[in-house]
Design a protein around this ligand. Sequence first.
Ligand code: GLV
Ligand code: MN
Ligand code: MN
Length: 414
Amino acid sequence: MNPASLASPKIDLERLLARIATLAEVGAIEGGGVCRLALTDADRDGRDLVVRWMRELGLAVSIDAIGNVIGVRAGIEDGPPVMTGSHIDTVRTGGRYDGNLGVLAGLEVVAALNHASVVTRRPLAVAFFTNEEGARFAPDMMGSLVYVGGLGLDDALVTVGIDGTTVGENLARIGYAGVAPISAPTVHAFVELHVEQGPLLEHEGVAIGAVTGVQGIHWTEFTVEGVSNHAGTTPMALRHDAGYVASEIARYARQVARKLGGGQLATVGHVTFEPNLVNVIPNRVVFTLDLRNTDADVLAEAVQRVFAHADAVAAEEGVRLSRRSLADFAPVSFDERIVARVESLARAQGHSVRRMPSGAGHDAQMLARLCPTGMVFVPSVAGLSHNVAEFTRDADIRTGANLLLALLCELANN
Ligand code: GLV
Ligand code: MN
Ligand code: MN
């Protein structure tokens, strides 16, 4: 493998599975899932555990001001590391693999190299980035976005979450407002192993996804303000019903996605009604809209159509409508050389592989602004994710981790 190697490093599947299971006990919820929303106490406990493992593996751990944690394993030479990693925060009803697999497989690669006394030419780094999910604080991929300079630290720290508290105060509260500088980091290459979170690989019986890029993501928060009134006495023509307007926008977003086709997606995932009572016309509704597409032009068209319809319906009903952008990320293409290496290494290791874009957002899409970047997908059973029943078979985890090991060694040695 390289002049400093004594034996071929090997992934120890049992050790990796044990770490996945142990981390999943932190914030465990019914059904086998995990709730570790970013910067909560559960997130801190998960972080503490992973940092402990990093130190036990001999990594030099640094924590930056947005709470990204990076563990570095020295190479024969100094210089920019080859980095892998992902996130360990989850949505409120998360599975145990989303993000966690990428971080813990990175640690398993380090453990395998340590065990075989292999030192790579370049340093290797394993990272977990803050608030990838964006479920508590928008935007998603916040830590990696700050890391690559796409969002100012100060702007990130004042972000208010769904419970009214800020990123900055929660980082300080859990003890992860670190001191490592985040200006202009240099990374030789970045590779993230992740579960597919969709049905394609399983459906086609393919073992590995060579991820070509990530689709565009557009999140908006709408606030509709009407007038509360009696449900039994207010004629339909005299209503200013915020609930109706919100529902109509949601219905229309889905219709637009179906009509545009070509992979356009639309999701209304969060809604609050006020006063939320059976016999009162709602006076205030706040809801989110998540629009995605691999085609930036079609995505822009979907956004434009939904916004125009929303304005028209609000005017017709006589309610006030306001919008707040929560996230706006263009589609990202990964480095062709890394995509091709994922394909050829998968084949060399005896596995089927297909190219595919990612439907979910990932830290890798931010790292792609910084250095040659790629991703490796392994199948998700029934395509389930952001669901406590998220599951990836042990054999697929082994396949993905072995590929990650080979790819990282190649990138770190050549
Ligand atoms: C992150 O998981 C996202 O794609 O929303
Ligand atoms: Mn993820
Ligand atoms: Mn996720």
